[in-house]
Design a protein around this ligand. Structure first.
Ligand code: C5P
Length: 241
């Protein structure tokens, strides 16, 4: 399978529909159709109709709801989500092999045997460091080792890729194959405010390190000119040679 085309994904981290649509209005007439990520904040506030409304603008959608439950419930959740016009959806790899397999089956049930959305695993949240992993959660080893292990498990369950830190993307491709998708948040040009992303890399480094898709939020959503900011990230990550 060929590697997926590189994309810059913009998270619509807004508390309501009005804020999200006002932001997307800035792109109208620009010729740019950014990949949009809808997370828990907007989805819980507005419900599934927000997905259809944004998809109707011709945008691709990553629905970032991080499903995690017993296999049967995860399958049902994915079957419900499969009826929405989405391109990527995710679940926690920590739910285990069976849960991920059932989640995939639930997603497939809505596609009627056709092309289903990509299913991506969340490995270890970037808010968890080695100390928290070992002492708070009682899991041995490093975050890096846990991430690789969970990425392999996601692959075994038939998932299409994982969310990961930029520095992990290369190792994940080595372990799971070139076509296994790596989606990477925490990307910023050095001149951008870091916000709460303690470790961030530039879009050019993310590309060099092997990320397939980067998620860039506040440097674009809070820019004076979001279209120009988006083009700058796209230029460095997607179209640079
Ligand atoms: O504004 P910023 O670029 O930091 O936004 C990053 C986006 O990626 C947010 O939607 C955040 O929830 C998401 N994310 C993250 N780190 C992870 C997983 C997701 O920042 N490990």
């Amino acid at each position: 399978m060929p590697r997926i085309p590189r994309e810059v994904i913009i998270p619509l981290d807004f508390p309501d529909k009005a804020g999200a649509l006002r932001f997307l209005d800035r792109f109208e007439g620009s010729g740019e159709r950014p990949y949009a990520k809808i997370g828990m904040e907007l989805f819980y506030a507005e419900g599934p109709s927000i997905v259809s409304e944004i998809a109707a603008r011709g945008l691709k959608i990553f629905l970032d709801l991080k499903v995690c439950d017993i296999p049967n419930t995860a399958k049902g959740a994915m079957a419900s989500l499969s009826r929405l016009p989405i391109d990527i959806v995710n679940c926690h790899a920590l739910g285990g092999l069976e849960m991920m397999r059932w989640a995939r089956e639930g997603l497939e049930s809505g596609s009627g045997g056709g092309k289903r959305p990509l299913l991506i695993g969340v490995t270890i949240l970037t808010s968890i460091d080695d100390k928290r992993l070992n002492e708070e959660l009682g899991m041995n080893g490093s975050v890096n080792a846990a991430v690789i292990r969970l990425a392999r498990l996601a692959k075994e369950a038939g998932l299409d890729g994982v969310v990961c830190a930029p520095g992990e993307a290369g190792h994940i491709h080595q372990a799971c194959g070139e076509e296994f998708v790596t989606v990477t948040p925490g990307v910023r040009f050095p001149d951008a405010e870091k916000g709460d992303q303690a470790r961030s890399v530039g879009p050019d480094d993310a590309r060099r390190l092997g990320s397939d898709m980067i998620v860039v939020g506040r440097p674009i959503t809070r820019a004076a000119d979001p279209v120009e900011a988006y083009r700058r990230y796209r230029g460095a990550f997607v179209t640079a040679s």
